[in-house]
Write a protein of this length. Sequence first.
Length: 356
Amino acid sequence: RPHRTELYEDAPSACWPIVYSPDYNITFMGLEKLHPFDAGKWGKVINFLKEEKLIADDLIVEAREATDEDLLIVHTRRYLNKLKWSFVVATITEIPPVAFLPNFVVQRKVLKPLRTQTGGTIMAGKLAVDRGWAINVGGGFHHCSSDKGGGFCAYADITLAIKFLFERVQGVSKATIIDLDAHQGNGHERDFMDDHRVYIMDAYNRYIYPGDGFAKRAIKRKVELEWGTEDTEYLQKVHTHVEGALNELKPDIIVYNAGTDILDGDPLGGLAISPQGIVKRDEVVFKAARRRRIPILMVTSGGYQKRTARIIADSILNLHNLGLIDKELATSGAENPRVEQMIRDSAKDLTNLSLQ
């Protein structure tokens, strides 16, 4: 029997299925500046969306922190215990001075934000199934597996979201991960290595971190990109392979890892995609999901430049302007095949009653 979790309590129907908490943001003593990461990116995305009047504080779903009991659905106790050593967290986050901080500070200032984003991804998984789509403004820690973190990823939120759905939500037995961060998603690949319920498509720069040859064996659709790949070639490949992946297997949920580190000039990604190219890419993925009526969960993952937050917000606004995400549609569940079936069945029952 699954344990009780607050992460699966129903969100108010008035909310957009957009998950966020101010606790996502990592700020302490300027240490966050030692990593190329904009550690306040998530809050900036929300502020842009508020400025554009798409959302307000009371219309977003507030993420809750994943508890140890939640994390143990995937992680080993041994791995979680390792995070009680500051030097281990320093290695995972690639911020060396973290090694010298007392662990209670590391827990509060570094790991709690990551646990809250992880809780957000798990919550967004259920929301996506209920409403047809959901976006966690954080998460996407695709280098973390059940027993090993790395590349700024301390918890395996993608694996967790999928395992939660498989265990707790009726009718969800197949998932497709579309990983379009610039880096290979070796964490979820290792976790789902021999799991035939999970189809992985991964498009990444073949020359950069993590270069995990073992994990690559789990990828069903591998799109290895060259240094400096630009918009035209990139979007054509994304379009071809997303369509191909969803034609090959129609999943019950798509987890879309929408890293923005493919942006031209990203110090770690090594690709050359324009801001417009990123907005277009997200549109391609959402169109493919919506057309097939497959619920989609989007997480924001990597993206290491100051202009990243604006691009993510622009992309969400674009999805809304095109009617690919919509609050009314979401709350009525009109795009959710399961909800539709229920509506059709009850209509049929009513017709049968009136005929009798």
